[in-house]
Design a protein around this ligand. Structure first.
Ligand SMILES: NC(=O)C1=CN([C@@H]2O[C@H](COP(=O)(O)OP(=O)(O)OC[C@H]3O[C@@H](n4cnc5c(N)ncnc54)[C@H](O)[C@@H]3O)[C@@H](O)[C@H]2O)C=CC1
Ligand SMILES: O=C([O-])CC(=O)C(=O)O
Length: 322
């Protein structure tokens, strides 16, 4: 398995680092426009190979926008992870990044696709749902091969906040004790943490927590990225990088894992012609199957709101879609 990671900043370098440590890929290629940064980060990661006992080879390459030959070292990649683009600063929304990141994402996908025509693309750059939609439309790839990362991260954050709520309520919970899923857009206001299917060691959390405690965990999850952006001055990278690496792993190992991913809907959940987070089976062919959950209570209305918000953001892609 060969993986290209475009963007060697905070998230991209973390994806490469986690992939190396997981030790299932033969090769990871980091690409960035900043002279020497990919090469330096790849060398730094490789100097942990002996210490951490992995055999994945990580290399780095500098490739400017439009420098097609710069992508030659990425040729024949099975998966391309796109992290290139601006992160937000405190006070900004992910949607504020649309203008600058649409141009970057479009150009790197074009460049990578020329050398890896069979690759599965995992889109990280924000606003991720719109960037996934743009990639799908621009590349004309089949929808199983264009997948956005948001739900894997948001679900991991949901588990974390639920474990904190359970601890406060007297249960010795850790995030690994919790099952939980977040669907909808990867957006501060409209992501949809599914409290109906969240469990602590098999027990529905709604039986253990009050409505107020559950509502608080949901609210904390929704602004999870914004909270970290405020603390760090830029957006998060450890959990986002690990989430993307886990998706690459599910594809590499043909694991058919049920992971919430941003994919193109063509009638599923009653929606068409947009990319948004829903439960998906991830395997060697990418997004192999969309699984339709029965949404409970107000979850359907919240998902519908999230769909409207995603459509509204897509409408701002304007010329980038041409
Ligand atoms: N979907 C998700 O869950 C998450 C998405 N993000 C998004 O991921 C993106 C990257 O975030 P960070 O790594 O923190 O930012 P960063 O600024 O640390 O790294 C971005 C890198 O992209 C590079 N880049 C820019 N244009 C490029 C091009 N044309 N070709 C190759 N490389 C290029 C930059 O030189 C920089 O090194 C942001 O848009 C951020 O909002 C971040 C965290 C989670
Ligand atoms: O919050 C951001 O801008 C970055 C991101 O998507 C996340 O960490 O969830």
């Amino acid at each position: 398995m060969k993986v290209t990671v475009v963007g060697a900043g905070n998230v991209g370098a973390t994806v490469a680092n986690v992939l190396a440590q997981k030790n299932f890929a033969s090769e990871v290629v980091l690409v960035d426009i900043k002279e020497g940064v990919s090469e330096g980060k790849a060398m730094d990661i490789m100097q942990t190979a002996h210490l951490l006992n992995f055999d994945t080879t990580v290399t780095g390459v500098t490739a400017k926008i439009g420098d097609e030959e710069g992508y030659a070292p990425t040729a024949g990649s099975d998966v391309v992870v796109v992290t290139s683009g601006m992160p937000r600063k405190p006070g900004m929304s992910r949607e504020d990044l649309i203008g600058v990141n649409a141009k970057i994402v479009k150009s790197v996908v074009d460049q990578a696709l020329k050398y890896s025509p069979n690759a599965i693309f995992i889109i990280i750059s924000n606003p991720m749902d719109a960037m996934t939609f743009l990639t799908l439309k621009d590349s004309k790839l089949p929808r199983n091969r264009v997948i956005g990362q948001g739900g894997m991260l948001d679900s991991s954050r949901f588990r974390y906040f639920l474990s904190k709520a359970l601890q406060k309520a007297g249960y010795p919970a850790t995030p690994t004790d919790i099952d939980g899923m977040v669907i909808g857009g990867h957006s501060d206001k409209t992501m949809v943490p599914l409290t109906s299917v969240a469990t602590y060691r098999g027990i529905p959390v709604k039986e253990l927590l009050t409505k107020e405690q559950l509502d608080e965990a949901v609210a904390q999850t929704k602004v999870g990225g914004a909270t970290l952006t405020k603390l760090l001055g830029t957006s998060a990278w450890y959990a986002p990088g690990a989430a993307a690496a886990a998706m690459v792993e599910a594809i590499a190992l043909d694991a058919k894992k049920l992971i919430p991913c941003c994919v193109y809907l063509d009638g599923e959940y009653g929606e068409k012609d947009l990319c948004i987070g829903v439960p998906v089976l991830l395997g060697k062919d990418g997004a192999e199957k969309i699984v339709e959950y029965k949404l409970e209570g107000d979850e359907k209305a919240k998902f519908d709101e999230s769909v409207q918000a995603a459509r509204n953001t897509n409408s701002k892609l304007g010329d980038a879609l041409k």
